[in-house]
Design a protein around this ligand. Structure first.
Ligand code: S3P
Length: 416
């Protein structure tokens, strides 16, 4: 299987392309609903974005060239769009309103409002969630000590920092995905990261006059690849080549956990482009064993935890996941939605305040599973269904469209 483009990198390529001078050409862009929401927002602010058969062309307007949208910007289901665009909108010379679907409008936004308002923006919300009313201000650089390891928070502050009158930095408790930093460097901004010995990390950005359009080839999304890697590991007799997987070390925790669980995964070839490493992975059915997942690795696999929890149910022995309270504020509360799905399939799982404990039993029973409209729950439990005894049904399965519209077609193509 060839894995569709990385969602995080696809969002960032539209955003930076829109605020750069000149044209940005993006290949292997993810045409999922979330990234289309980002395109829609920038089109409403005057950016011409062409969808060609094999690439996306973004005709950038420069750092200060966006224009006021005629109406509310609709961010759909996308937390990444909402939080990152808020950093950019804080530096414009017009006010905007952002709003999304019910799930998006219940996710916490104070985490970006606090630092952006400290920088001089005026972001208001009724209850700490979207809709957000963003009135820009004269921004000044700050040092922000983020209470959470969140790339969305870090990126919002760094993007606002481009518009500030002095340098900006963000320290996070553990290093989160660094795609914004890498791509900003490619577009000509000055960005640096310090990794501290205690595991914390600080990203710095300098105020910027202009960014310059680039050619971007988006690697396959490791978060999407995880479902196929897991399917091959769990279904007896499988051997699957998963091609073009982004393996940036800030995202690759899933592969480390697979190895710790005894997975047979061979790296067949590896390249690096735009600072982002990518690899083809040959995956074979493996007898998995339980493991402990905690600490600094959590931000590098946070979106893969639903899949890991299911792998743990098929493994021998206990798996403990801790330090992952961020699961509660994803598209659904994934501690609750993973627990509900796994219990329905007969797993032995105990939810905790910051994770879950799974007693591997080696098998699951097919069941009717609620996706709760969460794409990652729908995909992870589809894979669970493949490896289970009996039939599984995923309710509201079309929600996979936000990150992987071809998911079921591709899964069918590798199943016999
Ligand atoms: C993302 C960061 C992560 C991740 C999300 C995408 C990004 O969220 O869960 O799916 O593209 O920056 P947090 O930054 O809230 O951890």
């Amino acid at each position: 299987v060839t894995i569709p483009g990385d969602k995080s990198i696809s969002h960032r390529s539209i955003m930076l392309g829109s605020i750069a001078l000149g044209t940005t050409e993006i290949t292997h862009f993810l045409e999922g609903a979330d990234c289309l929401s980002t395109i829609d927002c920038f089109r409403k602010m005057g950016v011409e974005i062409e969808r060609k058969p094999s690439s996306i062309l973004v005709h950038g307007k420069g750092l200060r060239g966006l224009t006021a949208p005629a109406s509310t910007l609709n961010v759909g289901n996308s937390g990444t769009t909402t939080r990152l665009i808020s950093g950019i909108l804080s530096g414009q010379n017009f006010a905007t309103t952002l709003s999304g679907d019910d799930s998006l409008n219940s996710r916490p936004m104070k985490r970006i409002m606090t630092p952006l308002n400290t920088m001089g923006a005026h972001i208001r919300s009724l209850n700490g969630c979207a809709p957000l009313h963003i009135r820009p201000g004269a921004l000044h650089g700050i040092h922000y000590q983020s209470p959470v390891a969140s790339a969305q928070v870090k990126s919002a502050v760094l993007l606002a920092g481009l518009y500030a009158d002095s340098p900006t930095s963000v320290t996070e408790p553990a290093l989160s995905r660094n795609h914004t930093e890498l791509m900003l460097q490619g577009f000509g901004a000055y960005v640096a990261t310090d990794l501290h010995t205690d595991g914390t990390a600080t990203a710095h950005v300098e105020p910027c006059k202009e960014l310059y359009g680039q050619q971007i080839c988006v690697p396959g999304d490791i978060s999407s690849a995880a479902y196929f890697i897991a399917a091959a590991l769990l279904v007896p007799g499988s051997e699957l080549l998963v091609k073009n997987v982004g393996t940036n070390f800030t995202r690759a925790g899933f592969l480390k956990v697979c190895k710790a669980m005894g997975a047979d995964i061979e790296t067949v070839s590896q390249t690096i482009e735009g600072g982002e490493s990518r690899a083809d992975l040959l995956v074979r059915y493996s007898h998995l064993k339980g493991t402990v997942i905690e600490g600094d690795i959590i931000p590098t696999l946070i979106d893969e935890i639903p899949m890991i929890a299911i792998m743990a149910a098929f493994a021998d022995g206990q798996t403990v996941i801790r330090d992952a309270a961020e699961l509660k504020v994803k598209e659904t509360n994934r501690i609750d939605t993973v627990t509900a799905g796994l219990k329905a399939m007969g797993a032995v799982i105990t939810p905790t305040d910051d994770g879950m404990i799974i007693e591997g039993t080696g098998h699951l029973n097919g069941a009717s599973i609620q996706s709760y409209l969460d794409h990652r729950i729908a995909m992870a439990f589809s894979v669970a269904g493949l490896a289970s005894d009996g039939e599984t049904q995923i309710v509201d399965s079309q929600c996979v469209d936000v990150s992987y519209p071809e998911f079921y077609a591709t899964l069918n193509s590798v199943s016999i």
